[in-house]
Design a binder for this molecule. Structure first.
Ligand code: GTP
Ligand code: MG
Length: 433
């Protein structure tokens, strides 16, 4: 398919929702279907709206397209090589170390042009995936990244002054999930991550470095992987079969999932032509040879046939889910308790009323808590006062006893002094004689 045809195909795909009830080249009979269906009329001459798809093609060509790919896979599994091979170029790749303490995501955006079609391509790679000893939370940065892009779009949508027309859409359109070619089964990390991602993004699983596994092993491995995905309720992206021009191709490709891929940007001379291949002492693996691997199938499905569907699914399915959950969390509803539609204004009023009720309930709760606390404090203070009074009485008694003892002692001393005085006087009297 030439690139302008690709653009045209993408636009036609996006026009699925615009179904003309009548076209001038194939007029339909005048008929009445039901009261709310539009009447179908016959036109007697050329009007011109048949050029609507062409107008759209030209507009979207001017605007350009954007496509965002997320590559999830262990360090060194072949993510960058595959992306370079897919887009026939060398993106800025740096080799990651195996010693990152956490998983993080690295996004890079490029402008590509194929004839007159401009594509803004963002490649988001996981860095350090599968390298930590504890991998329980390895999925979290990926989920957070996907949600953050949805949130950014939602915030733009909710602005009073929106600019969605030239918005830099960073929502992930597809996740290429790289599975190690172990020939065994999915790892626990894969199952956990896929489970967390499948309701958020279109997942296309690929078996990386498929040249390291034999043909028989590969067939068995593919079957095992698919059965594991089904058993664990993991939903992967299915190539759509509703567009009859690609239904047959897509249906057959669904049966080849997960694609077993080989990546290489190295060109090797084979006969009189150059082919992309990996060279080994025993021979070469040709990347674009369908007997050697599923690379061509992946490229055809991802880029040539279903790029627009992936973009559309991201918007109408995954973003829509995110948006619905977020708005429901903030209290917005489409229907009330009687299942009757409610407007945004009504939803706001209901929420306001609910919030007011909740606020009053909380205020009442706080009042009661305050009264309870005051009573508790009062009881504690009274007890302390009682203890203090008892202490005071006790000290007072001790003081009185002490005073009485002292009084007695004083009296005894006075008597002693008196007696001594009398004895002294008697002695003095005796001495005078
Ligand atoms: P990081 O970004 O560092 O995580 O690595 P990566 O996943 O991007 O892997 P990269 O593409 O850098 O490839 C790592 C090594 O694997 C390189 O030596 C590649 O040549 C090799 N490699 C890539 N694809 C294949 C493949 O399909 N088969 C084989 N056998 N080796 C491959
Ligand atoms: Mg890389």
């Amino acid at each position: 398919m030439a690139s302008s045809d690709v653009a045209r195909h993408m636009v036609y795909q996006s026009l699925v929702g615009i179904k003309a009830t009548c076209v001038s080249s194939q007029p339909c009979k005048e008929e009445k279907i039901s009261d709310d269906s539009p009447r179908c009329l016959t036109m007697t001459g050329y009007v011109g709206f048949e050029s609507l798809p062409d107008q759209l093609v030209s507009k979207t060509l001017q605007q350009g397209f954007c496509f965002n790919i997320l590559c999830v896979g262990e360090t060194g599994i072949g993510k960058s090589t595959l992306i370079d091979t897919l887009f026939n170029t060398n993106f800025d790749n740096s080799v990651s170390s195996h010693f990152h303490p956490n998983v993080r995501l690295k996004a890079q955006t490029y402008e590509l042009q194929e004839s007159n079609v401009r594509l803004k391509l963002t490649i988001v790679n996981t860095v350090g995936f599968g390298d930590q000893i504890n991998k329980e939370d390895s999925y979290r940065p990926i989920v957070d990244y996907i949600d953050a892009q949805f949130e950014a779009y939602l915030q733009e949508e909710l602005k009073i002054k929106r600019s969605l027309f030239n918005y830099r859409d960073s929502r992930i359109h597809v996740c290429l999930y790289f599975i190690s070619p172990t020939g065994h089964s999915l790892k626990r990390l894969d199952l956990l991550t896929l489970k967390k991602l499948d309701r958020r993004v279109n997942i296309i699983p690929v078996i990386a470095k498929a040249d390291t596994i034999t043909k028989c092993e590969l067939q068995r491995f593919k079957l095992r992987l698919m059965s594991e995905l089904v058993t664990n309720g993991i939903q992967i992206y299915q190539f759509p079969t509703d567009d009859e021009t690609v239904a047959h191709l897509n249906a057959s490709m669904n049966g080849h999932l997960p694609f077993a891929v080989v990546g290489s940007t190295e060109e090797i001379k084979l006969g009189n032509k150059m082919v992309k291949a990996r060279q080994y002492p025993w021979g070469i693996v040709q990347v674009e040879n369908e007997n050697h691997c599923d690379f061509v199938k992946l490229r055809e499905m991802l880029i040539c046939t279903n790029m627009e569907d992936l973009r559309e699914q991201t918007h109408v399915l995954h973003y829509e889910n995110y948006r619905r959950c977020k708005l429901e969390e903030t209290g917005f509803k489409d229907v009330n308790l009687e299942k009757k539609p409610v407007s945004v204004q009504e939803a706001y009023e209901i929420k306001r009323y609910e919030s007011f009720g909740e606020l009053q309930r909380k205020e009442e709760e706080m009042k009661q808590l305050f009264v309870k606390r005051v009573k508790e404090k009062e009881a504690i203070l009274k007890e302390a006062e009682r203890e203090l009074q008892a202490k005071f009485e006790h000290l007072k008694r001790l003081n009185q006893e002490e005073r009485m003892k002292l009084e007695e002692k004083r009296r005894a001393l006075e008597e002693e002094i008196n007696a001594l005085g009398k004895r002294k006087a008697a002695c003095e009297l005796k001495a005078s004689f």
